[in-house]
Design a protein around this ligand. Structure first.
Ligand code: 16C
Ligand code: ATP
Ligand code: CA
Length: 574
């Protein structure tokens, strides 16, 4: 039963105003009282959102000895975008006596310990000094580190010197002291942490990541994201805004958001994990093109997007998918996955039930296609084929690639854009930036799925060397590790070009060797996997429900009804 017992209550002063303050296990409330002792507005802070409590920093004086300051999460609106931000609120209280001040300090600190137990105490922080606008180190030092210090979190900070350093650190070093890992960077940095955390967990559980039918072990180590990249899609889609202070506060209060992860396989090897976009055709070509223009920073995507759009390419392929249960939800049901989403909670319940009824546990058990239903096949020419495990909203597209996708329902949304005239495709793209339905177009289909397979029709040029062997055989996976960006990304991009798959330069290369017969546009594209290029078209994707946990709580619903206090009176939530 949810009994909200009073731990401490007394009169307190804030400036010249007198308040009646009440601390229960769940809330710290203070209500202004006028001279006639009538109650005015109450401010209420959930104990779970108290960041810290401090004695007065002023030089010792009798007055200062009776003061304490409470720091807490305060919700504000961004002036430019009207998004909900979290900021640090602070209120300095003055007590009638030093004794009472000490009681408040003790009770508040105790309430924090007992009623907010999932907070991290020690974090491993990786800063990419070169992500986005190269502000990672500055953002961390000026905005984040002071908040962690205030909250009593101790951090081991690694400023990366190379790509994949964070991933390798997580895979190999002793992590026993850490409650979570945090990246200061963009989606690429998040992806490093994702691969490190999943890989480490499977190593310790003795499970092979390469077998797409295995149910992987979900990861306990939480991941925090301080956005400092170019797109920061994972942060935006799980928090609702790209703001370092908001993200730092979600980490401090120990929020926990499960997240679906898609494993991408080629031949008999795992290639990568993805949480946001596995995209072929347009998004693959944009990523391949944008790697050549990294120096432009975040603008490279618009520039490359326009170039690729103007090329007006489409690609032949066979898309097969395993549909999710249509009774549970639909990508066109116009709902949004918000904080405490019921669709995701039901998925959690089903997972827990499956675990408890399975004699051992779900981990390591087989995902059998037979028991999972029938594969559906679609063959044709496509402008874009995209799979996303979540909405993939970002500042460029505030509702995302699939506005009704769920963060933690164990499914992904497959978006198939068939070949169409350029104006139609532009309409589709443009709708990502508005509230218009991008799926309400005759050449677009969207399906909620558990797995996807993509292959090339027989006779497609790339088939010649595609079926030669696994990814490993081609030397693209080193020691069974997932592919990585930057250094190896460069290498991959070169290989892509050599194979004449993505861009005009590659066509020229082919022209040199094959003459006129190959002056047509490339017949295959590449996959964009959360910003990484996969230079072979034939892949199998499987969605793993709630494989990792982030320090986030999903997007908060701004239209939620106002809180009421224990006496039923309306009050302000800080
Ligand atoms: C008319 C305006 C159309 C604007 C269309 C905007 C659509 C935006 C959709 C964004 C979806 C982001 C999904 C997130 C993916 C991340 O995991 C990944 C890693 O960070 N980022 C990208 O792949 C980065 C992908 C970036 C894709 C940018 C595409 C920009 C298209 C611009 C088209 C211009 C046409 C102009 C015609 C002359
Ligand atoms: N010190 C480093 N030097 C070079 N590359 C690095 C370094 N540290 C990390 N990286 C790599 O840089 C890549 C890009 O970084 P990051 O994701 O932080 O920024 P971004 O690409 O600008 O943002 P986004 O991924 O959101 O588009 C990552 O894939 C990461 O592996
Ligand atoms: Ca999902």
């Amino acid at each position: 039963m949810d009994v909200d017992l009073v731990l401490l209550e007394s009169s307190l002063w804030v400036g010249k105003k007198r308040y009646w303050a009440v601390l229960t296990g769940w809330h710290f409330n203070w209500t202004e009282r006028d001279k006639k002792n009538r109650e005015k507005m109450t401010v209420s802070v959930p104990v779970s959102e108290v960041v810290g409590v401090e004695v007065s920093q002023r030089s010792q004086s009798e007055e200062a000895d009776r003061e304490f300051t409470v720091f807490y999460v305060k919700r504000t609106s961004s002036r430019s975008s009207n998004q909900l931000l979290w900021a640090l609120g602070r209120t300095q209280f003055s007590c009638p006596s030093r004794d009472l001040r000490d009681q408040w300090l003790t009770q508040l600190r105790m309430a924090l310990k007992t009623h907010s137990p999932s907070r991290p105490h020690r974090l491993l922080v990786f800063i990419n000094p070169f992500g986005g606008k190269k502000q990672g180190s500055h953002i961390y030092q000026s905005l984040v580190a002071p908040l962690f210090e205030l909250a009593g979190i101790s951090c081991h900070v690694v400023v990366t010197e190379r790509a994949n350093q964070a991933r390798d650190h997580i895979l190999k070093k002793d992590l026993t002291d850490f409650d979570g890992v945090v990246c200061v960077g963009g989606d690429g940095m998040f992806s490093e942490l994702l691969h490190g955390v999943i890989g480490r967990t499977q190593q310790e559980a003795g499970l092979s990541e390469h077998d797409p039918t295995l149910t992987l072990q979900s990861c306990d180590l939480h991941i925090g994201i301080i956005p400092a990249g170019s797109t920061d899609c994972v942060c935006f889609a799980t928090v609702g805004v790209n703001d370092p202070v908001t993200s730092a506060l979600h980490i401090i209060v120990g929020d926990s958001q499960p997240l679906d992860v898609c494993s991408v396989h080629h031949g008999s090897s795992l290639v990568r994990y993805s949480v946001s976009l596995v995209g072929y055709g347009f998004y693959g070509d944009v990523m391949a093109e944008s790697e050549k223009h990294r120096w432009m920073g975040p603008l490279r995507y618009d520039y490359s997007g326009a170039l690729v759009y103007l090329r007006n390419r489409s690609y032949a392929g066979i898309v097969q998918y395993l549909p999710a249960d249509p009774q549970l939800s639909s990508p066109r049901d116009k709902t949004r996955c918000l904080s405490r989403c019921t669709v995701c909670s039901k998925s959690t319940d089903r997972r827990l039930l499956a675990q408890s009824t399975n004699s051992s546990s779900l981990h390591g058990s087989q995902f059998s296609s037979d028991s999972e239903g029938e594969w559906v096949s679609v063959e044709g020419r496509f402008k874009a084929v995209s799979l996303t495990c979540m909405s993939s909203s970002c500042p460029r597209s505030p509702l995302g690639l699939s506005p009704s996708a769920h963060l933690a329902d164990g499914t992904g949304d497959l978006i198939i854009v068939r070949d169409t005239h350029p104006l139609g495709f532009l309409t589709f793209l443009h709708r990502h930036t508005t509230t218009q339905d991008q799926f309400d177009l005759p050449f677009v289909d969207v399906h909620r799925v558990k797995a996807v397979r993509f292959s090339l029709p027989l006779g497609t040029e790339d088939n010649e060397d595609e079926d030669e062997g696994t990814v490993k055989d081609e030397g693209l996976v080193e020691d069974g590790e997932a592919l990585s960006k930057s250094g190896s990304q460069q290498h991959l991009a070169e290989r892509v070009e050599e194979r004449g798959m993505t861009n005009d330069r590659s066509v020229k290369k082919k022209d040199l060797s094959f003459g006129l017969c190959c002056s047509k546009t490339p017949s295959v594209s590449v996959w964009n996997c959360d910003g990484e290029i996969l230079p072979y078209p034939e892949i199998l994707c499987r969605v793993h429900g709630q494989l990792v946990r982030l320090y986030a709580r999903g997007i908060e619903d701004r239209s939620a009804p106002p809180f009421t206090n224990c006496k039923g009176r309306a009050f302000l939530h800080n």
